[in-house]
Design a protein around this ligand. Structure first.
Ligand SMILES: Cc1cc2nc3c(=O)[nH]c(=O)nc-3n(C[C@H](O)[C@H](O)[C@H](O)COP(=O)(O)O)c2cc1C
Length: 185
């Protein structure tokens, strides 16, 4: 699979079936983030890969309403960082940007491996830190829900989420966000 194919194939599916989690898989996914660019090569991303059944169950308690579909995850990654571990240039704080790029690489690699890797913002960072023992000074940026896409639509989904399984949510046309040579509103 080339990069264009992975970009096109990646989807934030919510109907998941189990997938075997191995140390090799974790190292592979973690390795895909290692070569991501970051400001001054600061590499501010930190991950907890959760695949132990008991800890996974504890992670269900951190999910916001509407994200119950994630109970079918075979693995949940917590992505966290500290702003002082990356560039701060006046009002520009780069740690979340750099974590986002690393996660982007990981999502494409997961797609290439035939997996769903679905980032979510609907969770409690406070409870996540409690469950995983992440120190207070870190910001938990996203959880990534990992599984295998199931053709059988999950019963945990809302009508809108079911629609999202069938058709990729619409994107802005290029003219809404691309400017040539100069910003024009
Ligand atoms: C930062 C971020 C937060 C998201 N939060 C949630 C979430 O809490 N629950 C959810 O079901 N999907 C969540 N999503 C998935 C998006 O809804 C999804 O990527 C978007 O609708 C586009 O669909 P596609 O990725 O399948 O193309 C999130 C995605 C991102 C990048």
């Amino acid at each position: 699979m080339d990069v264009t194919q992975a970009i096109n194939k990646r989807r934030a599916y919510r109907s998941l079936e189990p997938v075997e989690i191995t140390e090799d898989l974790i190292k592979d996914l973690a390795g895909s983030t290692q070569l991501a660019p970051s400001c001054f090569n600061n590499q501010p991303w930190r991950f907890v890969f959760v695949y132990d059944t008991k800890v996974l169950k504890d992670m269900h308690t951190v999910l916001s309403p509407g994200n119950e579909w994630a109970h079918s995850a075979s693995m949940i990654l917590a992505v966290f960082s500290r702003k002082e571990d990356d560039c701060i240039i006046k009002d520009r704080e780069y740690h979340q940007f750099d974590c986002g790029m690393a996660v982007g690489f990981l999502l494409l690699r997961a797609t290439e491996l035939g997996l769903v890797a679905h980032p979510i913002a609907g969770f409690s960072p406070k409870k996540t830190k409690e469950v995983l023992g992440i120190p207070e000074e870190y910001r938990v940026i996203t959880l990534i829900i990992v599984g295998k896409h199931s053709e059988k639509i999950s019963t945990a989904l809302s009508e809108k989420q079911v629609e999202g399984e069938k058709n990729r949510p619409e994107r802005l046309p290029l003219e809404k966000f691309v400017h040539f040579n100069r910003f024009e509103s």
